[in-house]
Design a protein around this ligand. Structure first.
Ligand code: PAF
Length: 282
């Protein structure tokens, strides 16, 4: 695996792939890689001939009160994992390549960015959309892969790709989970052992609510019960919501639904989501 740290070197490496007629996939990450990221690399290898992975801890998607400075940075370990997983090119942009002096452009994706996490983290999705569009322009991939664990982020990027005519397939890759069901996340590293044990209440609460709604139960009661069970497990609940899977707006008949939650345990904010399968038998 080749590692590049300048835009010139990146462009040279990607244009060599292109000259050979190869299809290029991009997996954007913030590093601190785990098996969830490796599933993205695996899916990227199936979707394209060459896999480019970027690692950039993007300051503009963190609010001043959030964990930018303590976000885990593990460049050497990440690089070894990516080489083992068969990535072809690691793009490690310097901050000046992403935000040159005088940088003044922000991509705001309306609607889908404004609810759920967008309410709790009002500047977050503009930071994500802006950095992802930059990475798209730098790498010019045919396909880009994102984890479904960050469902709202995926919906924001899909909306941006449609609205801005980006000729890039945006693919979601199913959430990878630990044996007990907790979604893999770089932020799980913050959890104390006792918090890690209690954190399983998050996927469990979503599963219980999903089954109740899928069987035709009252959605508001199912969501309230999920919030109560999270509170009982020691979570401070931000939201548990049933939303349109694409727009993240209010559910509408006949449209795919997603159940999403964000909750804090100790100092760590966790998110998770699952599809609601309305065809389930009672
Ligand atoms: O999901 C992430 O790791 C980040 O939000 C992303 C997409 C790499 C943008 O910084």
């Amino acid at each position: 695996m080749q590692t590049v740290r300048s835009l010139e070197a990146l462009r040279e490496a990607v244009s060599a792939f292109r000259k050979a007629g190869e299809r290029v996939a991009l997996v954007p990450t913030m590093g601190a890689l785990h098996d969830g990221h490796m599933a993205l690399v695996d899916a990227a290898r199936r979707a394209a001939d060459r896999v480019v992975v970027s690692i950039f801890v993007n300051p503009t998607q963190f609010a001043p009160s959030e964990d930018f400075s303590r976000y885990p940075r593990k460049e050497l370990q990440d690089s070894r994992m990516l080489a083992g997983a068969g990535a072809d090119l690691l793009w490690l942009p310097p901050v000046e390549a992403m935000y040159p002096a005088g940088f003044a452009t922000t991509i705001a994706v309306g609607g889908v960015s404004d609810v759920l996490d967008g309410t709790s983290r009002p500047t977050h999705f503009a930071g994500v959309a802006t950095v992802v569009l930059k990475l798209f322009n730098q790498v010019r991939p045919d396909v880009a892969l994102f984890g479904e664990k960050d469902w709202q982020q995926l919906a924001v990027i899909r909306r941006m790709a449609i609205d801005l005519d980006l000729a890039i397939d945006v693919l979601g890759v199913p959430t990878q989970r630990g044996d007990d069901g907790l979604a893999l996340s770089s932020r799980n590293a913050y959890l104390l052992p006792e918090e890690r044990t209690r954190a399983v209440a998050l996927p469990r609460a979503l599963g219980v609510a999903e089954r109740a709604i899928a069987r035709g139960g009252d959605a508001d009661s199912a969501l309230a019960q999920a919030r109560d069970s999270l509170a009982a497990a020691g979570f401070e609940v931000d939201y548990v919501a049933l939303a349109d899977a694409e727009t993240l707006g209010a559910p509408e008949p006949g449209r795919p639904l997603r159940l999403l939650a964000a909750a804090r345990i100790g100092g760590t904010r966790l998110i998770d989501n699952i599809p609601v399968n309305l065809n389930e038998d009672g």
